[in-house]
Design a protein around this ligand. Sequence first.
Ligand code: GLN
Length: 486
Amino acid sequence: MSLYQHTAKELHEKLLKKECSAKEIAESVFARIDACEERVGAYVTLEREGAMAAAQAVDQKIAAGESIGPLAGIPVAVKDNICTKGVLTTCASRMLYNFRPPYDATVVEKLRGADYVMTGKANMDEFAMGSSCETSYFKKTANPHDLARVPGGSSGGSAAAVAAGEAVLALGSDTGGSIRQPASLCGVIGLKPTYGSVSRYGLVAFASSLDQIGPFGRCVEDVAALYGAICGRDKMDATTARRDYPDFSAFNGDVRGLRIGIPKEYFGPGVDPEVKELVHAALRELESAGAVLKELSLPGTDYALSAYYIISSAEASSNLARFDGVKYGYRAEEYDGLLDMYEKTRSQGFGDEVKRRIMLGTFVLSSGYYDAYYNKAKLFQKALRAEFVAAFEDCDLIATPTSPTVAFRLEENVDDPLKMYAADVCTIAVNIAGLPGLSVPCGVSEGLPVGMQLIGPRFSEQRLFDTAYAFQQLRGGSLCPMPELA
Ligand code: GLN
């Protein structure tokens, strides 16, 4: 087995036992990148030299007898909407094709402090708008399990990198499903954390009230370790909660008595029958280990998608106003005066999907429509939150499919925005309610991975990890087999 195939947990042990060096780990991952990146296309920017230097610094620490943490020397891909000092951060947009941030996002600063090794910046849908990675200005990313299919999105590059072994871990961002849906489609584990548990400072904003950065990995322990390294209060982001977090390094694999709610709205006609069956089969396994399954109803689910596209587009239209050709990024080459410069820069710098969101967002915020759309969506958000709070009186967590289908074919949905939007029908309510959601692989349909989503009350990440860990144990200790890509 090559080093790139190992989990972070295994690599950490190897480093401690001096069975390998951090440099060898980085070399193994970059050899894998050389072997398959041309076909997978997970990265916008590779950081080979920086990665080697970071790995060598870890080796020096080890040689000097210093102690190292669980992420030291571990290769991590970072989504390209997370600011990295001096390293291109494009949001997969022409608008930021040349943007090198003068500062690190808080999560990046924390990971640097934990001695991680950044492999590069992962491809994504432009400004995180999309479910297939196909709205990237630079390239399409392929699903490592079937190169003719999408990896999901918007954090498709991060998910594909981890699935293919082109990184051991990755960071993504999730506004309506962008970590969980690609994790599901690529057969890896992905967490959308509780809103307010991870700093958004340095994350290029899409919809600030919904965006959250989170981890991808190939085992529950790795995802928990990466989450533990990035969560916490940050004075640079006033929406981060003041509270203490456990270190997420111990797991209770005993699910006896755990009440799992199964909301009937997530198993409706829009969801592929085989996906439903695989999620039910996984739940029956947890039941035979002692969990108690409970049917329940979350009627607000039906309105979540509509409310999401109103709220997220409204916030996006305001957040993206800053890209005007003056401060940073792209500027049209020829123009006639200031207003023409704005207009041409924004027309040429943004792709179609981003423009669609800006127009929709501007419309729902305009006087005359504000009450009819935006305010209604915000009222619905309150009601949906209350619905989840009530549901969690009867159960400890909720289980659903993560995606209604397996990975679709490249090009299959690009010309049909509504079909593309429906890819997030199972993940969106979690963002609207500010809850944590974890996607774990639970089976294979048509040779492609299927994910199960576990949703908990706010700040219940440990419970989600415990349950996923129990499931991982039931499945023989491994949930994410790596495709050959020979
Ligand atoms: N697919 C959804 C959208 O396009 C979610 C994106 C996300 O979570 N960033 O808005």
